[in-house]
Design a protein around this ligand. Structure first.
Ligand code: AMP
Ligand code: ZN
Length: 478
C-alpha cells in the first residue's frame, strides 16, 4: 500500500517515494546523552519507531539511523560537574537510554553514530563550507556559517528572509553560539567552537585550532556519511525544526549543492497536565518514574503512540490508566480469537508479521490509517471496532487464523505485544460473575429490563462489564 506522510518542507501530505527503489534512508535526531530521556523525548522516538515499523510492514527495507549527541554544552557541563570523563559520562547515559528503548519495545536503529566518533567527518564538511565561502573563521578560531550566503535559509520553518539578514548577531552584539536550541534569534551559527576554559579537556585539533564541533554540524556529517548527500526522510520533534533542522539544511545543501532530506517528519510535543514539561514544575517524567508508580513500559508505549503525531498529546495519569484498560481489551480480544483459531499464546507469538499482498480481510481500515499519514489514533479506533465484530461473531477456525495473522502484523506495526494472562480467557471469569451474567441474560430475554439493569450495575460494582452481541454476551473486567 502507498505510504503517505505530511512533509514540513512543502506543508503537504506526500507519498513516500524512495530514491533507491524499496530502500528508505531514515535519519532521526537522537538523544543528548546527559541524563535519562524523558517521556516527551520518547513520544518522538516511539512515533518514529512506529513509522519505521509501518514501512517495514509494507515491505520496504529501511535504513534507520539515529545519532547520539555526546558532545555539547550540556554533556560537557554535566560531566565536569560529576568529575567524569566525557566518554564515561555519556556512555553511562547511553546505556540507560538503550535499556529504556528495549523496555519500550523499540526496534534498534541500523546505525547509531556518535558525534565524538565523527569529528573528522565534521571537520571535512566545515572545510568544504569554508572553501566555498559559506563559512568563515572568526578571530578566536571559531567557524561560523554565513547565513547570507544561502538564499534558501528559512525554507523549512518559513522564516522571513529579512529577519535572517537583520539578526546575524544577538541583541547584545555578540554572536549567538549556544548549543541549546530554545533560543529564538536567528544568527550566523557556530560550526566549530574554539576551545574555552569551561570545555575542560574536551577539544580536538582542527585547521582552525583546537576546539569542538557546534551542535548542528554532527547531524549533517553523519546523515551524509550513512545515507548519502540526498536521502529520503529526516525526523525529529517539532522543536528541532528551527534552528537545528534549518541549519542542517543550510550547511548540507550549501556544501553539496544537492537537496538534503526530501521529506521532513516532525512530531508534535508531549505536554503534561496541559502545559510544558519542565524540571522546575516537577512534571518531567522518565520511564523509571512511571514504573516506580506501578505503571509499565507497555502502557507508556501505548499511550505515547495512541495520539496522531501531528497533534500535541497531553500526558495524564488518567490517560495512562486508560492505556492499561485498552491493552487489556486487546489482550482479551486476542485470546478469544485464539480460541476460535485453536491457537495457544505460544502459537500466536510465533505468527510472523507479513507484508500484506492484497487487502487485509479484517483489519484493512487500521492498516490504511497507519499508511495514510501515520494516523495511529484512527488505526487504534478501527482496530477496536474490528476486534469487537470478530469477538461478537467468532469466525470459523480458518477465518480466525487469517484474522490472527493480520492482527499479528498490525500489532507488530504498532509495537504492541499482547499479554495472555489468566484473565484473558473466559474460563477465568469467577463462577459468581458467570452466574450473574447468565441471570441478566435470562432477564433480558424475558424483557425484565429493571432486573437486567440491576444485575448489570451489580456486575459493574464488582468490576465486571457486560458486552451484548447479536447472539449473546461477553463478560470482561471493567
Ligand atoms: P534531545 O535529547 O533534547 O536532543 O531531544 C531528543 C528528541 O526529543 C528530539 O527529537 C526532540 O525534538 C524531542 N523532544 C523533546 N521534548 C519533547 C516533547 N516534550 N515532546 C516530544 N518530543 C520532544
Ligand atoms: Zn539533528
Amino acid at each position: 500500500m502507498k505510504i503517505q506522510l505530511h512533509n514540513t518542507l512543502t506543508n503537504r501530505r506526500e507519498d513516500i517515494d524512495p530514491e533507491n527503489r524499496g530502500k528508505i534512508g531514515f535519519y532521526c535526531c537522537g538523544p543528548t546523552v546527559y541524563g535519562p530521556a524523558h517521556i516527551g523525548n520518547f513520544r518522538t522516538f516511539l512515533l518514529q519507531d512506529v513509522f519505521r515499523r509501518v514501512l517495514e510492514m509494507e515491505g520496504y527495507e529501511v535504513n534507520h539511523v539515529r545519532n547520539l549527541t555526546d558532545v555539547d554544552d550540556k554533556t560537557i557541563r554535566q560531566s565536569l560537574a560529576e568529575g567524569m570523563s566525557l566518554i564515561n559520562f555519556t556512555e553511562k547515559w547511553t546505556k540507560k537510554f538503550h535499556a529504556d528503548c528495549e523496555r519500550l519495545n523499540m526496534r534498534p536503529p541500523h546505525g547509531e553514530p556518535t558525534a565524538t566518533g565523527h569529528i573528522q567527518e565534521q571537520i571535512d564538511l566545515i572545510a568544504r563550507l569554508v572553501d566555498q565561502d559559506h563559512a568563515y573563521a572568526a578571530q578566536d578560531g571559531s567557524v561560523y556559517f554565513r547565513i547570507a550566503s544561502f538564499p534558501n535559509y528559512g525554507k523549512l520553518s518559513n522564516l522571513d528572509r529579512r529577519e535572517t539578514q537583520t539578526q546575524t548577531t544577538s541583541s547584545s552584539g555578540e554572536r549567538n553560539d549556544a548549543d541549546e536550541y530554545d533560543r529564538e534569534t536567528v544568527a550566523d551559527f557556530a560550526l566549530w567552537k574554539a576551545h574555552k576554559e569551561e570545555d575542560g579537556e574536551n577539544a580536538w585539533d582542527s585547521p582552525w585550532g583546537r576546539g569542538r564541533p557546534g551542535w548542528h554540524i554532527e547531524c549533517s556529517a553523519m546523515s551524509i556519511k550513512y545515507l548519502g548527500e540526498s536521502f529520503d526522510i529526516h525526523g525529529g520533534g517539532i522543536d528541532l525544526c528551527f534552528p537545528h533542522h534549518e541549519n542542517e539544511i543550510a550547511q548540507s545543501e550549501a556544501a553539496t549543492g544537492k537537496v538534503f532530506a526530501r521529506h521532513w517528519f516532525h512530531c508534535a510535543h508531549l505536554m503534561v497536565d496541559g502545559g510544558k514539561m519542565s524540571k522546575s514544575l516537577g512534571n518531567l517524567y522518565t520511564l523509571e518514574d512511571l514504573i516506580q508508580k506501578g505503571h509499565t513500559a507497555r502502557e507508556l508505549r501505548y499511550l505515547l503512540v495512541s495520539g496522531s503525531y501531528r497533534q500535541p498529546l497531553n500526558f495524564t495519569f488518567e490517560g495512562l490508566n486508560a492505556a492499561k484498560s485498552a491493552l487489556q481489551k486487546i489482550d482479551r480480544a486476542t485470546a478469544k480469537l485464539c480460541e476460535s483459531g485453536g491457537l495457544d499464546s505460544e502459537g500466536f507469538r510465533e505468527l510472523t508479521p507479513r507484508a500484506p499482498t492484497g487487502e487485509m480481510r479484517f483489519f484493512e481500515k487500521s492498516r490504511a490509517d497507519l499508511c495514510r499519514d501515520l494516523n495511529t489514533s484512527a488505526a487504534l479506533g478501527n482496530l477496536f471496532s474490528s476486534l469487537k465484530k470478530l469477538n461478537a461473531n467468532p469466525p470459523e477456525e480458518k477465518d480466525a487464523l487469517i484474522a490472527l495473522s493480520e492482527l499479528a502484523t498490525l500489532l507488530a506495526a504498532l509495537g504492541i505485544e499482547p499479554e495472555f494472562t489468566a484473565s484473558s480467557s473466559d474460563s477465568e471469569i469467577p463462577e459468581e460473575i458467570q452466574k450473574l451474567a447468565e441471570e441478566r441474560w435470562k432477564a433480558k430475554q424475558s424483557r425484565d429490563w429493571p432486573t437486567a439493569d440491576q444485575i448489570r450495575n451489580d456486575l459493574l460494582e464488582k468490576g465486571w462489564k457486560i458486552l451484548d452481541s447479536k447472539n449473546g454476551y461477553d463478560v470482561e473486567p471493567k
